[in-house]
Design a protein around this ligand. Sequence first.
Ligand code: PEP
Ligand code: MN
Length: 452
Amino acid sequence: MSQTVRSVEQLNWTPTSWQQHVALQQPHYEDLTELNRALSELSHLPPLVTSWEVLALKQALAEAQEGQRFLLQGGDCAESFADCTSPIISNRLKVLLQMSLVLVHGLKQPVLRVGRFAGQYAKPRSADTETRDGITLPSFRGDVINGPEFTAEARRPDPQRLIRAHAHSALTMNFVRALIDGGFADLHHPEYWDLAWVEHSPLAADYRRMVTGIGDSLRFMETLAGPIAGFTRVDFFTSHEALLLHYEQAVTRQVPRHRGWFNLSTHFPWIGMRTAALDGAHVEYFRGIRNPIAVKVGPSVTPEQLLPLIDALNPEDEPGRLTLIHRMGHAQIAEKLPPLLDAVKHTGRRVLWVADPMHGNTESTSNGYKTRRFDNIRSELDQAFDIHAAAGTHLGGVHLELTGEDVTECMGGARDLSEADLQRAYKSMVDPRLNYEQSLELAMLIVRKSGR
Ligand code: PEP
Ligand code: MN
């Protein structure tokens, strides 16, 4: 353990000290006895990850800060209990693995794979209530809190869902670990990749060359060095927005070996844009856990707000501790990002900069769908690389909303999905995701952009 990290006593913090602060985006539980019973049960269940995995990820993120690794973080906007199925989990894993191989091959750099899954069940909402036909009910806040159906029963925040969310996270995690251990990520078989999409893509030739290239270089290395077992196994880490603080508190455990507290429901929790106030409950909770953590940074954040946040969350400037995920929107990034990069650079503080090109580019169509245009997502990413290069800072990763399914939620991409296509397979309960083809195409474009 690093000598510089403050002890728990010095922190003056407990897993429940967030309750003394203003907690935004929390449900209102009516029956506190029922809530406390669920929290007590949750706090006795075994953890989903271990502290040594968490610290290994922190070390890897420290290397990404130094430009030695690239972070690929992605998954659904919101997981749902109904989507905790074999095909959905394995297809999501597959697209993330395939994207990571495109990046490894193209960037000539190890890629750190982090899923937005096994716990991504709570969502911030713009309004506490929703009204339909004169009836007002609590908003749907994610499966860990209430149900999406518009009935009083479904929308009631139900403490039993805390236990169900933990169980579904564990099922997801178990399956992902089994797939990876079982050779799902075996690089010897790149021909298993679904290549149908390239027929539609201007990047088809590049993509075919790359798939062949991965196979060839692997065979070449094995001729020289014998079987490379490491290539059949890949590390995979999990992350989610740690929004529902009662849940996070109950999965926070003291690990005596490391003299500290860890959130052991996920490797890499993050604070969403709407709950990142310096004096708020989320920052209070996060400052006390030893996990690597991330904060979403939107266009309204000023250097005067960002620097104290860095101080609060990483007072000792610990390597790998803090990732800042900027999500400005393609139209605003050129104006909003440079002052933040300059200010942080000036302090000499260590952060990992990551681009989320999704959340600043959400729009509604005339036929009522929430969507994002592939070209705007791409433009924000392209600009992010250029802005970091000009500032002398390093863009060390991307954060994406995607699925392995053939959905039609984002417009554009190789098949140039239009507004009319959205109704065909729009399945997201919350934000629109890149589909399988659009995700792989974006990975190819990242490689092109980086010019390696
Ligand atoms: C999200 O990641 O789904 C989200 C709500 O993002 P943000 O906090 O950046 O708005
Ligand atoms: Mn989202």
